[in-house]
Design a binder for this molecule. Structure first.
Ligand code: NAG
Ligand code: NAG
Ligand code: NAG
Ligand code: NAG
Ligand code: NAG
Ligand code: NAG
Ligand code: NAG
Ligand code: NAG
Ligand code: NAG
Ligand code: NAG
Ligand code: NAG
Length: 850
């Protein structure tokens, strides 16, 4: 009987084959065939509308996900008798014909997730009865559009033939009915998706087999708390993994559900984020105080991984969390995202830490100290001491770190991973004596809100730390005291947002302590420079991130790093990559076979001098983060490297004229060397000098194709406003006849100030910075300085003058000092007697351009 049916089918199949190949032209790209220990056909996302019938009959794995089949017709797969894995997820399947899945005798793994099938109807029946050897079935997310109430019947009759089914992923909604047939299934793993379960009663799962060891009942958002039976997990006598995360029944109920699991050994209990869904953002979620009573079931269990994250726990009372009879079972404890303070544990932790003898991972992140801590913290007594002391020693008041007692933090002896990131309002630890830190490999304490960095006492040779994240902690807190120990095997160091520029200013090289780094992250540290001595000894460095800083040059020491493979310079102020550097990059790419360079969001300059960089972008094999970058042309307007490349010869046609600039300048200067003494001797008027100078300069500049709109651009802070507009402008414009550009007079509103500054500086011969003490607080100050640097290096700007108006030369801001080698500084006199002398000085400087 069976046999004759089989031959019949073969006939049908052959006919079908002829039919489909000759008539239906399936418009698609080819499936990818991958030969390995299995033959895999990858037809994902090919916009198929029919099951392909021309693939090899031998394929073991067929992935048809993310196509659009709508209906699966009879004998669609009968050709592929070898098939073990079939993926039909996200295929818009709405119905399945009776014999659609026939022939899949060997199928072990089937995914039908994210379609529109109804397992309670014939569809479910047709599929299930034809795949008797299935082990792993995913029938989930098929009810997305359906109304999620009512009784959902799982067809027990169809399921009972699946004698090998172990993994089942399925939807759960309304009032599900699992028939007695389920008891016979050899199920091990069940995951409920699209869970809209209403009641979680004692008998909901009563027909599930005792073999189940893993249950995922997460994200069930509609369970009515009053309809929860505490015995619901009773049928699962060999449960090892329980995931109730994001199921909104509150942690308190979740802990009650542990009742049938008393005295059990579990691998994982995930009770994270069990908050009630917030219907309204003003509703304050329930707070939870863990008590010994709540934890009484859990505390009898031996749990390896316990996750209690994101539950709005505001306090932990004695003998609750650490009242467990089996603390030695705990290997991974996640308490992140709650609101209790570290001080809640201050008394308990030292006591119980030795008992947590197998704890390897401790996650304590995203905590914020709450008002409750005021009660449990020894704040009152300490504060009293503090005040009485502050009478005798006033200085203490400013130094938060002093006056606190040191803490001996006992770390569980096998702890390897400690995450205490984003902790707010933690008590200070002025001194940490870590006795048993030897096992710690991973420490993430980024954005840990501390006012003083602890003195860490430990023996150097014992430090096995490989990963350290101290981002968001001001590096001044530790480099001052030089209390970062020596890390012999540290491989990854993250120091973002750490104000690292301060360490550079003070020349304190903390990387001396980390000679074996492979990854260094210094994102967002306001760095203007990174001295060679800081990183040149890091021979093992592979990844370096310097993004979001203020570098205008690439730190030279980078070329001393032999193993560097990725370099991130995004968001700096780099205006070009010099040929020495690009050739090093190319060499690294050849040597290591890969180099990744990120340089988006910089201030590149596409001028004659830097055209080599633009060409390099066109030719290099180095992996860049973008094919084109914004860059500024020599006339100040914004373009991008792609456009520049396409018009390369037009834009750079008169570059060589720049060689003549030097000749011109030399000629000009020599001319005045001769003319000036003569004029001075004969007491000629300045006007004649101006006249000659202008004429001559005009000739030189027009032959160089340089043209300017202004003689002088003036940059000034708010305090300099009156002086510039009333005194200086009067001198320059009216008396001396210069064409002057100042922001407050020449800029038009409505256009980007950044752009106008760029253009103005590029179209001015000279620039005068009128520096007052508030100069750097002006929003565009750094930008003007950067533009000046660029204009200077492209030689369009001939002269930079700094007038120190109300400050001393040594107080001139750092940023301006970076132009030092190029500028003339005039300290403006405070007595009116000396002003004429200063004016003469200024006039000469403006005229002579040096
Ligand atoms: C199968 O048929 C389709 C459409 O006729 C064609 O595009 C594709 O290349 C064929 N694949 C193989 C493996 O022959
Ligand atoms: C598919 O097979 C079933 C059972 O053999 C048959 O009743 C049905 O008509 C077939 N469907 C089509 C479209 O041939
Ligand atoms: C499910 O299908 C929808 C469209 O049918 C798609 O947008 C979504 O990404 C799919 N989800 C998954 C998890 O594949
Ligand atoms: C699925 O089929 C059952 C039985 O026919 C029916 O009661 C239920 O409403 C169907 N569900 C959906 C979402 O169509
Ligand atoms: C069942 O699921 C578990 C967990 O996802 C997985 O580790 C296991 O390999 C699966 N078993 C089969 C037979 O697919
Ligand atoms: C569920 O089982 C518990 C423990 O056996 C029992 O106290 C409770 O009354 C039962 N709930 C219902 C609704 O039967
Ligand atoms: C759990 O173990 C304790 C002590 O080992 C025992 O007294 C208690 O009866 C056990 N409870 C259950 C429900 O097995
Ligand atoms: C810390 O431990 C050291 C030695 O183990 C001991 O001398 C010191 O008194 C302890 N400090 C505190 C505050 O317990
Ligand atoms: C690449 O740069 C161009 C302009 O230079 C920009 O429009 C584009 O968004 C950038 N692409 C990425 C992925 O950043
Ligand atoms: C700058 O030069 C480019 C090309 O040489 C030109 O397209 C652009 O309009 C110029 N911009 C200004 C502001 O002159
Ligand atoms: C950019 O590269 C292409 C192809 O390698 C080449 O044809 C073109 O001339 C290059 N452009 C410049 C400006 O070098």
């Amino acid at each position: 009987m069976l046999y004759s049916r089989g031959t019949n089918q073969t006939m049908n199949m052959l006919l079908l084959l002829l039919f489909t190949t000759s008539v239906h032209v399936v418009n698609c790209q080819r499936c990818k065939i991958i030969y390995g220990s299995f033959i895999t056909a990858d037809c994902r996302k090919l916009q198929l509308r029919q099951i392909p019938q021309n693939l090899s009959e031998d394929i073991d794995v067929l992935d048809l996900g993310e196509n659009s089949f709508v209906t699966i017709s009879n004998e669609s797969f009968s050709r592929y008798r070898n098939l073990k894995v079939l993926k039909l997820d996200t295929c818009d399947i709405e119905s399945v014909e009776a014999e659609a899945f026939i022939g899949l005798w060997k199928l072990e793994d089937l995914s039908l997730a994210n379609n529109s099938l109804n397992i309670s109807t014939n569809d479910g029946l047709f599929i299930l009865r034809n795949i008797p050897n299935i082990i792993d079935l995913d029938f989930s997310s098929n009810m997305e559009l359906a109304d999620k109430t009512g009784h959902l019947l799982y067809p027990g009759a169809a399921f009972q033939h699946l004698k090998r089914l172990q993994n089942l992923t399925i939807d759960l909604y309304g009032y599900p009915v699992f028939g007695p047939e389920f008891k016979q299934l050899p199920l091990k793993y069940i995951k409920f998706k699209s869970c809209y379960l209403k009641h979680l009663k004692n008998d909901t799962f009563k027909n599930f087999p005792a073999t189940l060891s893993e249950i995922h009942l997460s994200k069930c958002l509609s369970i009515q708390t009053s309809k929860i039976g505490v015995n619901v997990l009773r049928p699962f006598s060999s449960l090892s993994i329980l995931d109730l995360s994001w199921t909104c029944v509150t942690l308190t109920k979740g802990l009650e559900l542990m009742y049938p699991l008393i005295n059990r050994t579990m691998h994982l209990v995930d009770l994270s984020h069990m908050l009630n869904p917030r219907t309204n953002k003003f509703v304050v979620p329930n707070t939870i105080i863990l008590t010994a009573e709540m934890m009484k079931h859990l505390n009898t269990m031996c749990v390896q991984i316990l996750i209690l994250a994101d539950n709005n726990i505001v306090d932990i009372l004695p003998l609750s969390l650490f009242g467990s009879k089996h603390l030695e079972c705990l290997e991974h404890l996640d308490l992140s995202g709650n609101r209790f303070g570290l001080s809640s544990l201050k008394y308990e932790l030292p006591f119980f830490a030795p008992k947590l003898s197998n704890l390897r991972v401790f996650d304590f992140s995203y905590l914020a100290l709450t008002y409750l801590d005021a009660v449990y913290m020894p704040a009152t007594t300490n504060a009293d001491q503090y005040h009485s002391r502050s009478h005798t020693k006033k200085k203490r008041k400013h130094n938060y770190c002093e006056g606190e007692t040191s803490v001996n933090l006992t770390i569980p002896s096998k702890l390897e991973v400690l995450r205490i990131t984003h902790v707010l309002g933690a008590p200070p630890f002025p001194q940490l004596t870590l006795n048993t830190i030897t096992s710690l490999r991973y420490l993430d304490m980024s954005y840990y809100d501390i006012k003083c960095f602890p003195d860490i006492f430990l023996y150097n040779r014992d430090i096995r730390l490989e990963y350290l994240d101290i981002s968001g902690i001001d590096c001044e807190l530790y480099f001052k005291k030089k209390n970062l120990p020596y890390f012999p095997v540290l491989k990854e160091l993250y120091m973002r947002d750490a104000n690292f520029y301060r360490a550079i200013d003070k020349n304190i090289n903390i990387f001396k302590n980390t000679p074996n780094l492979e990854r260094l992250d210094l994102d967002s540290n306001y760095m203007y420079t990174l001295p060679s001595s800081f990183i040149m000894h890091l021979d093992h460095l592979i990844h370096l991130r310097l993004s979001e800083n203020r570098l205008s040059h690439i730190p030279t020491a980078i070329t001393d790093l032999p193993r560097l493979k990725t370099l991130n310079l995004k968001g700096n102020r780099i205006f070009t990559l010099y040929p020495e550097f690009t050739s090093w990059l190319d060499a690294q790419q050849v040597k290591l076979g890969y180099f990744s360079l990120q340089i988006r969001k910089n201030d590149f300059f596409c001028s004659c001098e830097y055209r080599k960089f633009v060409r390099w972008l066109n030719s290099t094999m180095v992996h860049l983060d973008n094919k084109t970058y914004y860059c500024r042309l020599s006339n100040g307007s914004l373009s991008n490297t792609n456009t520049v490349l396409m018009n390369y010869h037009v834009i750079f046609s008169n570059c060589d004229a720049f060689v003549w600039l030097r000749v011109g300048v030399i000629l000009l200067v020599s001319f005045f060397m001769v003319l000036l003494p003569t004029i001075v001797i004969y007491n000629f008027r300045w006007r004649i000098i101006f006249f000659c100078y202008r004429k001559f300069r005009g000739i030189v500049e027009s032959s160089l194709k340089l043209n300017y709109d202004y003689d002088v651009f003036i940059s000034y802070g708010y305090d300099g406003y009156t002086w510039v507009l009333e005194t200086l402008m009067e001198q320059l414009e009216t008396k001396w006849g210069f064409r002057v550009c100042v922001e407050d007079k020449n800029f038009i509103s409505g256009r980007s100030t950044f752009e106008q500054i760029g253009i103005a500086i590029n179209r001015s011969r000279q620039i005068i910075f009128v520096v007052t003490s508030d100069f750097m607080s002006k929003p565009f100050a750094t930008y003007e300085i950067d533009r000046t640097k660029e204009a200077r290096s492209s030689r369009s700007l001939q002269n930079i003058i700094v007038i120190a108006l109300d400050i001393n030369i040594e107080d001139i801001p750092q940023e301006l000092q970076s132009l030092w080698s190029d500028v003339v500084v005039i300290e403006w006199p405070r007595h009116s007697n000396d002003v004429n002398l200063a004016l003469d000085n200024l006039k000469t400087r403006l005229l002579l351009n040096f």
